[in-house]
Design a protein around this ligand. Sequence first.
Ligand SMILES: CC(C)(COP(=O)(O)OP(=O)(O)OC[C@H]1O[C@@H](n2cnc3c(N)ncnc32)[C@H](O)[C@@H]1OP(=O)(O)O)[C@@H](O)C(=O)NCCC(=O)NCCS
Length: 163
Amino acid sequence: MRNNDLELGKASSKSCVHLAQLMLPEHANPLGNVHGGVIMKLTDEAGSLAAMRHAGRHAVTVFVESMTFDEPVQVGSLLHVNAQVSWVGRTSLEVLVRVDAENPLTGHVVETNSAFFVYVALDHQGRPTLVPRLICETTKEKQLMADGEKRKKVRLGIRPANN
Ligand SMILES: CC(C)(COP(=O)(O)OP(=O)(O)OC[C@H]1O[C@@H](n2cnc3c(N)ncnc32)[C@H](O)[C@@H]1OP(=O)(O)O)[C@@H](O)C(=O)NCCC(=O)NCCS
């Protein structure tokens, strides 16, 4: 990590990740659709890469929001996995990962699922270490960051101050 990233922060757009992978018969479950675990592995890979890009450090998964699969993914689909840092704390980062399945013959794209992942950046001794603040450039990014504070409190079971 460059030292001035910690002071100046880093834009969400600088760490976005897009993975694309063709779903083959080896990715199928016994019903012939893509196995959910294959998709979960790809989402965690994309999420951790976005976290590492932002932090400039190795990052480990500490929390995965529940994941709903809205549509079955067919073998032969091109899976697009997009990851974007949505919120940062001191040493932890939240990444929003979205999965789309494209039929490469027709170009038809279906959103199959999305989820928030939380990673912790580690120093060379494997201890949590500070991450650059997040520079939000768009209204959507600003909203994600603001809502991220609320999601963190829910995750960690922190009650609002007035209750
Ligand atoms: C991640 C890990 C290093 C954190 O260690 P820790 O002693 O809990 O560290 P801290 O208490 O200092 O917390 C570090 C950050 O993680 C966050 N955190 C810890 N547990 C969390 C949880 N369940 N959900 C969300 N955030 C969590 C804290 O809020 C803190 O964030 P902040 O610095 O931005 O405020 C440790 O739990 C670990 O090694 N876990 C295993 C990770 C792993 O191997 N993952 C691979 C998949 S098995």
